[in-house]
Design a protein around this ligand. Structure first.
Ligand code: NIG
Ligand code: FE
Length: 429
């Protein structure tokens, strides 16, 4: 989120005497937490502090520790924003590093068709799925797309997400992809959630096109236009059976890199077509899905320093087997978690994803919480402490209506997020 969106989204905090920077939240103190998730531990879990607090100045964490200690240096009565967690759990804001949250139209009938046994790939091959959303997005104006995304950001924020990656990819033409990316930028500006934009012109092959010619269009037309506008940070490709093969994906991602867009790969969702090798070779920030990844593919990601992003809500929605999270975790590699929110996977709650990671993929609650915060931030190259509450990190935090981390996945169906702080200001309660 930019500074401007911070003040637009929830208003400036001015010191009581009217002095100071009107955009600066000043001193924030969140205290009285039963348990506070600080950040990653030495292994693949999280470090927590009991009876804890943190203080932030101008939206950046400056101290974290036991409440008594933190309040000694930063008394709550001196704070511009003081939040009494009142014996409840505090975590870093959730980071959702893989969504297709900007779209138009309705695909609820496809949900019913899938329940009846029709496969996702059959729906796509028949011009439904992504291609149907593309038709709706092309017909929608930019303001509508922004408004749709803002509505989804409201829901995400209410569930404790403070940073979210959003992909384009339902435009599949230069104009429509740029329209989506501009709408993403406008939603970021208007909303306290930090939005990280990804260009995904290679999300599907448009109905009237063949894959090779369209690959060239993405490389020769779409990518240069996106780079010229400077409105995307990552370039993602659906490297999949019947979509873009490994060679086409490699070319698109290499061209993206030339245009300063960091690669990401949709890998092994339905079939293993070598996407993990592509991700490792191009130095992707992440490889996502990994439902059909074998040991060799997993090793290539680990050796290549590519963050695995697991999307258990997608497997849940498709009725597929979950990704093998333990293969990574048992080898000492943390995994990131994301919602994959899109019309095929209508999930906006990272708490739900944490539950699925534990119940479906046998992650421990600590491993899942790390996946939804610090490792998720790594998957979108956030190295400023996002996903932690360590000094220097953005003061993005959630007070949950429970007392311990384990209760986030334990609550199968209830949103535990109560109060949400972004950049040191309370933006949801
Ligand atoms: O990550 N697999 C490709 N993209 C999305 C699905 C998008 C859609 O069906 O609209 C995914 O699952
Ligand atoms: Fe996806």
């Amino acid at each position: 989120m930019s500074d401007e969106s911070s003040s637009e989204g929830h208003g400036p905090t001015v010191a009581a005497d009217g002095s100071g920077d009107p955009d600066s939240p000043g001193l924030t103190v969140v205290h009285g937490a039963s348990e506070l998730v600080v950040g990653p531990d030495e292994g693949v879990g999280v470090e927590t502090v009991a009876d804890a607090a943190f203080a932030a100045e101008d939206g950046q964490v400056v101290a974290v520790g036991e409440t008594e200690e933190v309040l000694r240096e930063y008394p709550a009565e001196n704070a511009d924003v003081a939040v009494d967690a009142d014996g409840r759990l505090v975590t870093p804001g959730f980071v959702d590093p893989h969504t297709h949250a900007i779209f138009a139209g309705d695909r609820t009938d496809e949900f019913e068709a899938k329940l009846g046994g029709t496969s996702y790939e059959d729906i796509l091959a028949a011009g439904g799925g992504i291609l149907r959303t593309v038709r709706a997005v092309r017909a929608a104006d930019e303001a509508t797309l922004t408004a749709n995304l803002v509505e989804h950001l409201d829901v995400m924020l209410a569930h404790g997400t403070t940073t979210v990656e959003v992909k384009s990819g339902y435009g599949l033409s230069t104009d429509a992809e740029l329209k989506l990316l501009r709408a993403i930028a406008a939603a970021d500006e208007a909303h306290p959630v930090t939005v990280v934009p990804t260009f995904m012109g290679a999300h599907a092959v448009p109905e009237d096109r063949e894959v090779e010619g369209y690959t060239e269009e993405v490389i020769e037309e779409q990518l240069p236009a996106v780079a010229d506008q400077g409105i995307a940070e990552f370039c993602d490709v659906f490297c999949e059976r019947g979509v873009f093969d490994a060679e086409q994906s490699r070319r698109i991602l290499a061209a993206g890199l030339e245009a300063s867009l960091t690669p990401k790969v949709h890998a092994d969702e339905f079939a293993d077509v070598g996407a993990t090798g592509v991700a490792a070779d191009v130095g992707a920030a992440s490889a996502d899905h990994l439902l059909k990844t074998d040991d060799e593919g997993a090793d290539r990601l680990v050796d290549g320093g590519v963050t695995p992003v697991l999307l258990p809500a997608t497997a849940f929605a498709l009725g597929e087997e979950y990704a093998d999270a333990r293969r990574f975790l048992d080898g000492g590699t943390p995994v990131a978690l994301a919602t994959d929110f899109n019309p095929n996977c209508y999930a906006r709650s990272m708490g739900f994803v944490v539950t699925l990671a534990c119940v479906g993929m046998r992650a421990t609650p600590d491993e899942a919480l790390r996946g939804a915060t610090h490792t998720a931030a790594r998957a979108i190259d956030r190295t400023d402490g996002t996903g932690t509450l360590r000094p220097g990190a953005p003061a993005d935090a959630v007070v949950h209506d429970v007392t311990a981390g384990v209760e986030i996945p334990y609550n199968l169906d209830v949103n535990t997020a109560d109060r949400v702080v972004v950049d040191g200001e309370v933006v949801h309660e």
